[in-house]
Design a protein around this ligand. Structure first.
Ligand code: GTP
Ligand code: MG
Length: 180
C-alpha cells in the first residue's frame, strides 16, 4: 500500500471544570463513558483518524484542565491550534458565563493570524441530565452568544447518552480543515 498523505489538525478543548470535556473525548475516541469524575491534570491529547471530503485527517485533540490549579502546563500548547472547542454545561450558568473568558484567553495566548476568522465551536453538554429539567441555559441564549462571536457553530451534546458527539467532532474536523 502506498503511503497516504494525512493532514494533522490540532484541536484544543476548553471550558470550566466538570462540564464534560474529557467525557466527550472519551465517548468520541473510545466509545466509553464513566460517571466517575477524575479531574484532568495539565493537558494531554488523543488522536482520531477520519476522512473528510476524501481527505485523510488525523485529529489531535487536546484535553485541558478546567481547574485552575491543574493548569500546570500553562497555555504554550494553544499555539498552532487549528480549532478551539469551547464546552459548557447547560445545567450550570457559571460555565456559560465563563465562555467569554475562555474565548478571550485562547485568542490572547494562541495569537492566531486573524482572530476574527479563527474557528471556534461551542458545545452545550449534559442535555440528558434530569431529563432536561435541570437545564438553566436555553438553546436560544447559547445561539445568541454564538451569533455575537462571528457565528460560531453550536451543538447540544450528551457524552453520557452519546448524543451529537460524532456530529460535533465531525464539524470540528471540517472547520479545522477549512482553516488549515
Ligand atoms: P476537568 O478535567 O476538571 O476540567 O473536567 P471535565 O470538563 O473534563 O469533566 P469530565 O469529563 O471529567 O466530567 C465531569 C463529570 O460530569 C463526570 O462525573 C462525568 O461522568 C459527568 N458527565 C460528563 N458528561 C456528561 C453528560 O453528558 N451527561 C451527564 N449526565 N454527566 C456527564
Ligand atoms: Mg477533564
Amino acid at each position: 500500500m502506498s503511503l497516504q498523505n494525512r493532514t494533522l489538525l490540532k484541536v484544543i478543548v476548553l471550558g470550566d471544570s466538570g462540564v464534560g470535556k474529557t467525557s466527550l473525548m472519551n465517548q468520541y475516541v473510545h466509545m466509553k463513558f464513566s460517571q466517575q469524575y477524575k479531574a484532568t491534570i495539565g493537558a494531554d491529547f488523543v488522536t482520531k483518524e477520519l476522512q473528510i471530503d476524501e481527505r485523510n485527517v488525523t485529529l489531535q485533540i487536546w484535553d485541558t484542565a478546567g481547574q485552575e490549579r491543574f493548569q500546570s502546563l500553562g497555555v504554550a500548547f494553544y499555539r498552532g491550534a487549528d480549532c478551539c472547542v469551547l464546552v459548557y454545561d447547560v445545567n450550570v450558568l457559571k460555565s456559560f458565563d465563563d465562555l467569554d473568558n475562555w474565548h478571550e484567553e485562547f485568542l490572547k495566548q494562541a495569537n492566531p493570524t486573524d482572530p476574527r476568522t479563527f474557528p471556534f465551536i461551542l458545545l452545550g453538554n449534559k442535555i440528558d441530565l434530569d431529563g432536561g429539567n435541570s437545564r438553566v441555559v436555553s438553546e436560544k441564549k447559547a445561539k445568541d452568544w454564538c451569533a455575537s462571536k462571528e457565528n460560531i457553530p453550536y451543538f447540544e451534546t450528551s457524552a453520557k447518552e452519546d448524543i451529537n458527539v460524532d456530529e460535533a467532532f465531525h464539524c470540528i474536523a471540517k472547520t479545522a480543515l477549512a482553516n488549515e
